[in-house]
Write a protein that binds this ligand. Sequence first.
Ligand code: PLP
Length: 404
Amino acid sequence: MTPSLANEQLIQIAEQFGTPVYVYHAEKIKQQYEKLKNGFAVLDTRIFYACKALTNINILRYIKGIGCNIDCSSINEVKMALHAGFEPNNILYTSNGIAFSEIEEAVAAGVHINIDSLSNLEKFGKKYGHSYPVGVRLRPNILAGGNIKISTGHDKSKFGIPVEQIAELEKIVQQHNIFIRALHIHTGSEIKDADVFVKGIEVLFDLIPHFPELEVIDLGGGFKVPYRPEEKETDIALLGQKLKDAFDAHPLADHKKLQVWFEPGKFLVSECGYLVTQVNVLKENGKVDIAGVNTGLNHLIRPMMYDAYHHISNLSNPGGKEKEYMITGYICETDTFATDRLLNEIKEGDYLVFHNAGAYGFEMSSNYNSRYKPAEVLVKDGTAHLIRKREEFDDLLKTQLKVL
Ligand code: PLP
């Protein structure tokens, strides 16, 4: 059974802690982690949670508690992971476009590192030579998923070292005797098709002869979760089997010698999250009924940034007659969450919930229009815990210096 939070519990939380509020359901994270662990059991696998999706320290601690490792995309995320109690050996830092000084800090912290440019690799080689095993992020030139805005492995993407530059890469590695432990790719997000991952691993298998000390193939994250009711998530067990078959079929690859690492973000924390809001205003604009809610692109930017769909339901009137609505935010920009959306009839003050809001929701929030960031609540074993206070006016001034 899929763990989910009941309408009544979400309303109770909204009444207790106010709105807008992000609510996370711990047991759902655990269920997703177990699907990964079981589905990939056919291979020697390590799962690193891509914490850029949601970094609340309590979520990190919960994820550590269920036995998962952590993937970081900045040195501050590395510091958050250490603060949450992860051991350096369970932390991966997959950098992109960063100053070399961040890599130096990551080495000092003793975490695993993936480097994504020839220039940083060269600096790394000069400074550390063979002494610190490292991974390289490659760009495999694969267009993954349907949405170019969240596809990162294609031939115009900024991410990774293009595979066609393998000769230059090898030259740097040999010149400085760099210990290349891992080859990494991350081709994008919301990839349902297992064959995209198979294609990716085959690109890496072909490179095995170039890296005699290779121990790890890192396939990144990007597993799909169902945002629309009719969508399906990536079938992890099928993917595990297909990857094992790819190992068996390839003359250079041995799954007993190579560990496979994954960096899922959305798959672990997207569905556990709910953004509960309240309707501020109802408007009739010609033929369109608009419900304006007390949140906006400052709290959930995915619909505006990626044209992402979030399912919305009316917690206050679940059995009511269905009507078409446009759902908009309160920000002084066009922050439309949904158009032509069928929802149970809405009154001002009703609680609406955005589903599947755990990943890249709060994490991408801002103070635009001098609005506060929302509160966060974690439900674990049926109990709701406040894990981040709603901001207050002083928070808006906290880092400002009054010089005039
Ligand atoms: N790994 C890397 C390198 C990424 O850039 C990302 C997302 O941006 C992820 C993992 C997580 O992706 P997802 O949340 O789609 O699983």
